[in-house]
Design a binder for this molecule. Structure first.
Ligand code: IPM
Ligand code: MN
Length: 346
């Protein structure tokens, strides 16, 4: 019989509440013969205040043994900005080589968008996850003086760019429209931009069925708002991807439904799946948070592990649930989770 050994990191704020619903739906959708094992980890603000630790080598060793990781949200106003971001989230992405940061955007029926009309939105951003300006490569001199100089170097390796570009081509190839857009800023960032463009064009030769184009990141923000239907798969660097996926979430139903995967495609390390939203401490513990983004992250997790039918069942359930919400009173986090669990089981 099969087994799924999951590391669960509820984290801070609403993380606890939404992860509980994600697990509820996961248990409901998994076939009988799959043995689900979960182990909860206490990373986040509480652990940091108690021990000063964010993520130790021993923690990484423990996490390594799981098939995948489900994360709620990490972050709390009581922890100085940057501590948990660098000490937990980015540390984990780098340690487990999560170089494919997968962020789908799909506007589901009945879901409101700030855009005019009801545009077709169904694209996925493949954001590079381990390079760019996120590597912490930089420094400052004459600190605190009016002549301070700070650098934040964007690191782009041929190896790192090629593997994420190839992954994006494969994802585009597998989708009906087979279109891949490179988003960068190669008119100004001529070193990194040309590396990306050259590798993109080279890998394109291996995927003759995939239609390609290139858009500067500033123009991409226009099209994401005026013509999101033009996008199918987007591949881009770590920081551009960070920015445009928030915009993408805002136009395609908001962060209540935005899911993401931090993926190590080789399987050398477990991949981590998390809602794009944060810990929302202002509404924590009130049962108000929408668990849909976490539940959709569970779908990405299942798809990554080969459970395609179960992933699709979850996506259909969330879609149907959202469509039926229109005009009805708001439900609690647990009520939405219960409804989704019933749908995927039935
Ligand atoms: C995200 C977040 C993180 C990022 C922060 C919290 C480090 O904004 O997952 O998009 O910049 O990658
Ligand atoms: Mn972000």
């Amino acid at each position: 019989s099969r087994s799924l050994n999951l590391a669960v990191i509820p984290g801070d704020g609403i993380g606890q509440e939404v992860v509980a619903q994600g697990l509820k739906v996961l248990s409901a959708v998994l076939p009988q013969d799959v043995k689900l094992e979960t182990k909860e980890y206490d990373f986040g603000a509480k652990r940091y205040h108690a021990t000063g630790e964010t993520l130790t080598e021993a923690d990484l060793d423990a996490l390594k043994r799981h098939d995948a990781i489900l994360l709620g949200a990490i972050g709390d106003p009581s922890v100085p900005s940057g501590v948990l971001e660098r000490g937990f989230l980015l540390k984990l992405r780098f340690a487990f080589d999560h170089h494919v940061n997968l962020r789908p955007s799909k506007l589901l029926p009945g879901v409101a968008t700030p855009l005019a009309g009801q545009p077709e939105i169904d694209f996925v951003v493949v954001r590079e996850g381990t390079e760019g300006p996120y590597t912490g490569n930089g420094g400052t001199i004459r600190k605190g003086t009016e002549h301070e100089v700070a650098t934040e170097v964007s690191v782009n390796t041929a190896f790192g760019v090629e593997r994420v570009v190839r992954d994006a081509f494969a994802r585009a190839q597998a989708r009906p429209r087979k279109k891949l857009t490179l988003v960068h800023k190669n008119n100004v960032l001529t070193f990194a931009g040309h590396l990306w463009t050259n590798i993109f064009n080279k890998v394109a030769e291996e995927f003759p069925e995939v239609t390609t184009d290139y858009i500067h990141v500033d123009a991409a923000t226009i099209y994401l708002v005026t013509d999101p239907a033009r996008f199918d798969v987007i591949v881009t660097d770590n920081l551009f991807g960070d920015i445009i996926t928030d915009l993408a979430a805002a136009v395609s139903g908001g962060i209540g439904v935005a899911a993401s995967g931090n993926i190590n495609p080789s399987g050398d390390f477990p991949s981590m799946f998390e809602p794009v939203h944060g810990s929302a401490p202002d509404i924590a513990g009130q049962g108000k948070a929408d668990p849909s983004a976490t539940v959709l992250s569970v779908a990405l997790l299942l798809r990554h592990l080969g459970y395609e039918a179960e992933a699709a069942a979850i996506e259909e359930a969330v879609s149907a649930d959202l469509a039926e919400r229109v005009g009805k009173p708001a439900r609690s986090t647990a009520e939405i989770g219960d409804a989704l669990a019933v749908r995927v089981a039935g």
